[in-house]
Write a protein that binds this ligand. Sequence first.
Ligand code: ADP
Ligand code: MG
Length: 258
Amino acid sequence: MSAGADLSTPAYSPRRGSAETILLSVEDVRGGYGEVDILNGVSLNLRSGEIVTVAGTNGAGKSTLAKAIMGLLPRVSGRILFEGADVLGLPTEDRAGRGVGYVPQVANVFSALSVLENLQVVAGVNNKRLRIAELLEAFPLLAERRRARAGSLSGGERQQLAFARALMTSPRLMILDEPTAALSPAKVAEAFALIARLPSLGVSVLAVEQRARQCLAISQRGYILDGGMVAIEGEAAMLLADEQAAELYLGRTAKPQL
Ligand SMILES: Nc1ncnc2c1ncn2[C@@H]1O[C@H](COP(=O)(O)OP(=O)(O)O)[C@@H](O)[C@H]1O
Ligand SMILES: [Mg+2]
């Protein structure tokens, strides 16, 4: 895969039919793990076919927001609409069942199981054999390593397996928490190229990323969180050019590493 080419040409096409459909709408979401609010009224949305970046410094609340959307945060208020239905009161597995996939910050694979077994144990898949065959075709690296224990995979392979696991249930939205954090620098561009491909597979993406510039380069829009609130939001190109965003959040001197 030629990662450089993919990254410099955003996959987004405004003509894609469903691009104006709001898939996810987070409205004034507040909440946290205990008494203290970590999220202080976050609102964001994502249209079908989009890749949207959530950036912000360490501790800004990015992972907490991802957990709130997945139903993994103990205390939440506000509204979280997925395909128009409020899922805020639903348990995590029901949100997954409706089409929300999630890859947590620590790659979600079973080290002791083989690649194939990691896919086989995913629950709630209709035609598992067919889905596994499709995913092994989409991830040739995993097909090659299908008998290998997940614990023996490289960081990049493990990341692909975590993606493939999340894709087993054919989600329409994937929430990726720091998808490139555990990767060697050489694998980062490859991971972003893979993420950039997801909309063409029918999967929209909400990506939490420290590497905000690189993630914005494959995104249509972005939100920058600060103190559990949205500090700046807008088109990805606008954020990349925004002096204030650059100064405060994106690393002023860092050039996008495409
Ligand atoms: N499990 C937890 N219990 C209590 N506080 C937490 C927990 N996880 C994160 N926090 C706190 O929530 C805040 C936001 O954390 P987090 O959402 O992980 O930030 P980010 O992902 O943007 O780095 C931080 O102050 C952090 O200490
Ligand atoms: Mg985090």
